[in-house]
Design a protein around this ligand. Structure first.
Ligand code: NAD
Length: 504
């Protein structure tokens, strides 16, 4: 972090009370292009007063926003989805510049968020209460799903479009106001999406943005006027956020780290499976929370390693802006050093390095944070490359005799984000689906991220809080159920004096 950049480097603004404002902080961080190390902007670490101002604005806006008709709210999101479509290329270009993923993958990042915006436009169908007629003589009971108030979101670097869009559209569409804290590593595409949200008609104060690191996150967790916190990021930080926010009386949902295992059965379609594995392990340089970073090869599938390695070798490592790139740079020099360090540890701890991507060189982008596809076989629990989330283009291979053994390995791993099985046996797939303790399960689908008709989920160390982001579950998360029991007196239902028993 530094404040020594030339003053002509653009600064990322805060959004407070409908205005994009320059932070008064003295703490800044550079936003860096991971393919070139060019400094794209400086992002502020907001002051405590700025966080308070954002929350106060959201609190004031809630008074009117909560009563805005469902249709009026929905129409903003109809307009918003149109604006995102119209700006898709521009959004993808900003995203690739600051995050590194390829342009087509950046469009995918925006598109998966756009699907949530489309869903937010249909929120009326999801926010319906229930009514039971005549629960007692002349009495009806019904529920109202009312917005909570100010909600907050804290997002990671790896999907800087999709994950903010998992959060604020659903919170705002259900009648809440919002304070967003994007990743400080790549906040620029998030800010462009926020500008478009205002253009779509989100009123002043309904959406606010503060930037920063641990201090801002802690201020959000502690703030008495914030009612709910959504977090996506690492297990360590998510656990801290969950504990701190719930201790302060808030609702919290934390979607966290992963070690996603793919089980490859010997009866799987070999060509399809190996293609899927390579794409899911190395796409986005392995920096997807649903990346298939671990494979358990069962029985004769253990013999497929040479073909897997050959396929991985064909991937093109280059800047995300270059046509035909398969694997872009990782997010930062620190991530680059950490991933290389883990590869070294893997070798030291006795795993077999089948493919080594450490020495890749990319002409024209010599300073970029590139690591080529890397594959280890002979990996076992207890090795750092298995026990830690590498979050880079490294695939680790384990072996098992049977499906049951593979299931045992996966269920013994602390993480439960995503998994997949490749097989042509319906019985094996069903057994896997039943026995596996992981949130997202793919059957011949390597990255089974649910569409917004469903909610994202996770089990064990990958998730804290019982309700997932987007979809039906998040409507429950962002609303308070109020149960009304009502009797209206008319001539037929007049009471008969005082009654001190509990009956209606
Ligand atoms: P991260 O946990 O480092 O950062 C996430 C957010 O927390 C950022 O906004 C950051 O500013 C903030 N933060 C960082 N350190 C903090 C601290 N000490 N105290 C308080 N706040 C802090 O995660 P990341 O590196 O940006 O993202 C990668 C991680 O996110 C991986 O573990 C990945 O699996 C996970 N992830 C999970 C999902 C999911 O849905 N389960 C989705 C995407 C990413």
């Amino acid at each position: 972090m530094s404040d020594s950049r030339p003053t002509d480097t653009p600064t990322v603004k805060l959004l407070i009370d409908g205005e994009f404002v320059e932070s008064k902080t003295t703490e800044w961080r550079d936003v860096v292009n991971p393919a070139t190390q060019a400094v794209l902007a400086r992002v502020p670490f907001a002051t405590a007063e700025e966080v308070d101002a954002a929350v106060a604005s959201a609190q004031a806006a809630f008074r009117t926003w909560r009563k805005t008709p469902i249709g009026a709210r929905a129409r903003i999101f109809l307009k918003y989805q149109q604006l995102i479509r119209e700006h898709m290329k521009e959004l993808a270009a900003i995203l690739t510049a600051e995050q590194g993923k390829t342009l087509p993958d950046a469009e995918g990042d925006v598109f998966r968020g756009l699907e949530v915006v489309e869903h937010a436009a249909a929120i009326g169908n999801l926010q319906l209460g229930e009514l039971a007629n005549n629960v007692a003589n002349g009495v009806d009971t019904y529920t109202l799903l009312q917005p909570l108030g100010v909600c907050a979101g804290i997002t990671p670097f790896n999907f800087p479009a999709m994950i903010p869009l998992w959060m604020f559209p659903m919170a705002i569409a259900t009648g809440n106001t919002f304070v967003l804290k994007p990743s400080e590593q790549d906040p620029m595409v998030t800010m462009r999406l926020v500008e478009l949200a205002l253009e779509a008609g989100i009123p002043k104060g309904v959406l606010n943005v503060v930037h920063g690191g641990p201090d801002v996150v802690n201020a959000i967790c502690d703030h008495p006027d914030i009612k709910a916190v959504s977090f996506v990021g690492s297990t360590k930080v998510g656990t801290h956020v969950y504990n701190r926010a719930t201790l302060a009386g808030k609702r919290a949902q934390c979607m966290m780290g992963a070690k996603n295992h793919a089980v490859v059965m010997p009866d799987a379609n070999k060509e399809q499976t190996l293609n899927a594995m390579v794409g899911a392990a190395f796409g986005a340089a392995g920096q997807r929370c649903m990346a298939a970073s671990t494979a358990v090869l069962v029985g004769e599938a253990r013999e497929w390693i040479p073909e897997l390695v050959e396929k991985a070798k064909t991937l093109k490592v280059n800047a995300g802006t270059e046509a035909g790139t398969d694997v872009g740079p990782v997010i930062s020099c620190a991530a680059h050093a950490r991933i290389k360090g883990l590869i070294e540890t893997g070798v030291r701890q006795g795993a077999t390095l089948e493919l080594d991507g450490r020495d890749v060189s990319v002409p024209g982008y010599e300073k970029g944070n590139f690591i080529g596809p890397t594959i280890f076989s002979g990996v076992k629990p207890g090795m750092a490359i298995y026990d830690e989330e590498i979050f880079g283009p490294v695939l680790v291979l384990l072996e098992a005799e049977t499906l049951d053994e593979a299931i045992e390995i996966i269920n013994a791993n602390p993480n439960g984000n995503g998994t997949a099985i490749f097989t042509q046996s319906g019985a094996a797939a069903r057994r896997f689906q039943e026995e596996i303790d992981v949130g997202q399960v793919g059957i011949n689908v390597p990255i089974p991220v649910p569409v917004p008709l469903f909610s994202f989920t996770g089990s064990r160390a990958s998730k804290l809080g019982d309700l997932g982001p987007y979809g039906k579950q998040v409507v429950t998360f962002y609303t308070q159920t109020k149960t009304v029991t009502a009797r209206w007196f008319d001539d037929e239902t007049l009471g008969h004096g005082v009654n001190t028993t509990i009956s209606l």
